[in-house]
Ligand binder design. Structure first.
Ligand SMILES: NC(=O)c1ccc[n+]([C@@H]2O[C@H](COP(=O)([O-])OP(=O)(O)OC[C@H]3O[C@@H](n4cnc5c(N)ncnc54)[C@H](O)[C@@H]3O)[C@@H](O)[C@H]2O)c1
Ligand SMILES: O=c1ccn([C@@H]2O[C@H](COP(=O)(O)OP(=O)(O)O[C@H]3O[C@H](CO)[C@@H](O)[C@H](O)[C@H]3O)[C@@H](O)[C@H]2O)c(=O)[nH]1
Length: 445
């Protein structure tokens, strides 16, 4: 099949490469010339495990190409093209609502090249009602062209496997039964490879439900994380251990052990902005009361960052002045170079503002971090970042950091203080090597 992917960021680049690997002819389009220059040389423009190999294979097959010129999508209409919309929907400046202007611009740019029978497929995360609005725009400009909403659930760091073998596939289809059938048939052909496993549910709905499945899923995940972080606050007050608590409640199958990792909370380009956009959209629809709990989810999450700063100050006997703080991790999560709304960098910047010398290290995200937070000091190597530190903060749980030998690091720092912002280190091992170990939601000992 002939496909296009509008927007080649964290979502679109992976989607384009995976679709080409499934055997489709794929053209990726982006307005960012630097990104397209990298992709055209089969270079991944960001860190994502497995993507470099996949890109190389797809480019070598001749089925994948990239361009900044949307006119490359012109075709004779002999066979339908499926166009995926994967552009960003960031939080609007000074508001909670999502900025959908990039989605609108991408669809508008496509219109001159759409033919009757073509299908536009929305994958970006959008406020409910966007699909219906875009479908009207498309059918007015190109009668016979169709729209589907097919939300994406991939996780950064696992994006390739999540795209190749998703948990579920959701199609939001047009109301007209004939159009819905044609749309579904095209999508089934696109996803023939994962569907052939026979194990992946394909769920169909109207546009609005499909859009809401996405925002509801992220709201649930964010709520689960903030729930355990609220428990961490109570554990701190009561001298209890949130890690033991999470493990115990997670054995209840109705609760489950996943997404109960207490610590610094959620960041990234999705959960924070998606819960805020969801609240804003519910308000526009007159259902604002339904989601007021998400304000609390957001507030609990942001409090974890402040608590981490307070804990560091406490360990340093009340002041950051003249102290050196080593920060392990800049990315919003391990196995990613994404620093959008990174809790780690937020904490590092707060501590720097309060007078400490802050040195940050990260295996993948330093280039992005340097660009966004030029005032922080960065080092490639853990040993250099920790040299002479008064406290070491583990803020992103990269496996390299979990494997650090506390005895070895002990000889490098000025004071053996470690704060585990992700409940990822072994407290006993660190304490045995002479460290003062503290973590969010765990007793002081
Ligand atoms: N990153 C994820 O893990 C993930 C997962 C599921 C859903 N999403 C959703 O997918 C969307 C994209 O997210 P992302 O993380 O890939 O963002 P991103 O910022 O990494 O990528 C967006 C890309 O779109 C490009 N773009 C903007 N306007 C364009 C236009 N008119 N034509 C072509 N390209 C254009 C940008 O240059 C950029 O490269 C968002 O709605 C996000 O919420 C993201
Ligand atoms: O138990 C946990 C799990 C995660 N996190 C944090 O939560 C954030 C988000 O993590 P994760 O959900 O793994 O990463 P994303 O790549 O942002 O993926 C989320 O956002 C995507 C974009 O919408 C969705 O597609 C995914 O399904 C959804 O998991 C990160 O800061 C994690 O450190 C925790 O604090 N505790």
């Amino acid at each position: 099949m002939r496909l296009s992917v509008m927007g080649c960021g964290y979502l679109g680049a992976v989607h384009a490469a995976c679709m080409a690997d499934f055997g489709h002819e794929v053209i990726g389009v982006d307005v960012d010339e630097r990104k397209i220059a990298d992709l055209t040389r089969a270079k991944a423009p960001f860190f994502e495990p497995g993507l470099p190999e996949l890109l190389q294979r797809a480019m070598d097959s001749g089925r994948l190409s990239f361009t900044t010129d949307v006119a490359a999508l012109a075709h004779d209409g002999a066979a339908p093209t499926v166009h995926f919309i994967c552009v960003g929907t960031p939080q609007r400046a000074g508001e909670f609502a999502a900025d959908t202007t990039y989605v609108d611009a991408a669809v508008r740019a496509l219109l001159p090249y759409l033919r009757p029978g073509d299908l536009v497929v929305g994958k970006s995360t959008v406020p409910v009602g966007t699909a219906a609005r875009l479908a009207a725009m498309i059918s007015e400009a190109v009668p016979g062209a169709m729209l589907a909403w097919n939300p994406e659930f991939l996780r950064e760091g696992h994006a390739v496997q999540d795209t190749q073998r998703p948990d579920r596939i959701v199609y939001g289809l047009p109301a007209d039964p004939d159009e819905a059938a044609r749309t579904k048939a095209l999508l089934d052909e696109v996803y023939a490879n994962p569907i052939a496993t026979g194990t992946i549910p394909v769920l169909t709905s109207d546009y609005a439900t499909a859009e809401l499945v996405k925002t509801a899923a992220n709201a649930f995940l964010a709520t689960k994380i903030s729930f355990i972080n609220a428990m961490a606050e109570v554990c701190e007050a009561a001298g209890a251990d949130v890690s033991a608590l999470a493990a115990a409640i997670g054995h209840d199958e109705r609760i489950g052990p996943k997404f109960l990792g207490a610590g610094l909370g959620f960041g990234g380009g999705c959960l924070p902005k998606d819960i805020r956009a969801f609240m804003a959209r519910a308000g526009e629809l007159g259902a604002d009361q339904a989601l007021t709990f998400l304000r609390e989810v957001d507030a609990i999450n942001m409090r974890r960052r402040t608590r981490m700063v307070d804990l560091a100050r406490e360990v340093l006997h009340g002041t950051f002045l003249g102290r050196k703080v080593a920060v392990l991790g800049a990315a919003f999560k391990p196995e990613s170079d994404d620093i959008r709304d990174s809790p780690a960098l937020n904490v590092a910047a707060q501590i720097r503002l309060q007078g400490a010398e802050v040195v940050v290290t990260d295996p993948a995200a330093l280039e992005n971090a340097r660009r966004a937070w030029p005032d922080l000091h960065y080092e490639d190597k853990v040993e250099v970042a920790c040299d002479g530190a008064d406290v070491v903060l583990l803020l992103t749980e990269w496996k390299q950091y979990k494997a650090i030998d506390p005895a070895q690091l002990a000889g490098i720092v000025r004071a053996r203080n470690v704060l585990d912002g992700r409940n990822a280190l072994d407290p006993q091992a660190w304490r045995a090597a002479g460290w003062t170990y503290r973590a969010l939601g765990r007793p002081r000992v």
